[in-house]
Design a protein around this ligand. Structure first.
Ligand SMILES: [Zn+2]
Length: 142
């Protein structure tokens, strides 16, 4: 909770229509249309709104769902889950812990060791190439 949050005006200007719709209005991109569905490079996936590191390529896997899928977020508290009872289903919505941007949903049919599948919209992510972040690194507070 700090003043580095981008405001709504800034987000409308900086994000594409699709990025804005997904992150701010809980939209979902169409399956297999996102930039990062088959993306396999090493690096970190950051929040497209506030730049917080959210997921690492080290925990990305091919779920076949048509959306980028991860079995673990970075550093435990990078993302939050909220019960989403819209559309007649009970699902776990995944949001950015720092700015609250909508990211996707998490399901319990993922691979071991977590058994979780974080099903994330490419439109919510901004990829930065580099060595994958290690979630045990606590010296990253800047
Ligand atoms: Zn964010």
């Amino acid at each position: 909770m700090s003043s580095e949050f981008p405001g709504d005006d800034e987000l409308r200007t900086r994000l594409s229509d699709e990025q804005y719709r997904v992150t701010q209005q809980k939209g979902t991109e169409r399956a297999f249309t996102g930039a990062y569905v088959d993306h396999k490079a090493d690096g970190t996936y950051r929040c497209v709104c506030c730049n917080a590191p959210l997921f690492s390529s080290a925990q990305k896997y091919d779920s076949g769902s048509g959306w980028p899928s991860f079995w673990l977020p970075l550093a435990g508290d990078a993302v939050q889950t909220i019960v989403d009872s819209s559309h007649g289903m009970i699902r776990q919505e995944v949001v950015c812990s720092r700015c609250g941007a909508h990211l996707g949903h998490v399901f319990d049919d993922g691979p071991q060791p977590t058994g979780q599948r974080y099903c994330i919209n490419s439109a919510s992510l901004d990829f930065a190439a580099g060595p994958p972040d290690n979630s045990d690194d606590k010296g990253d507070s800047q």
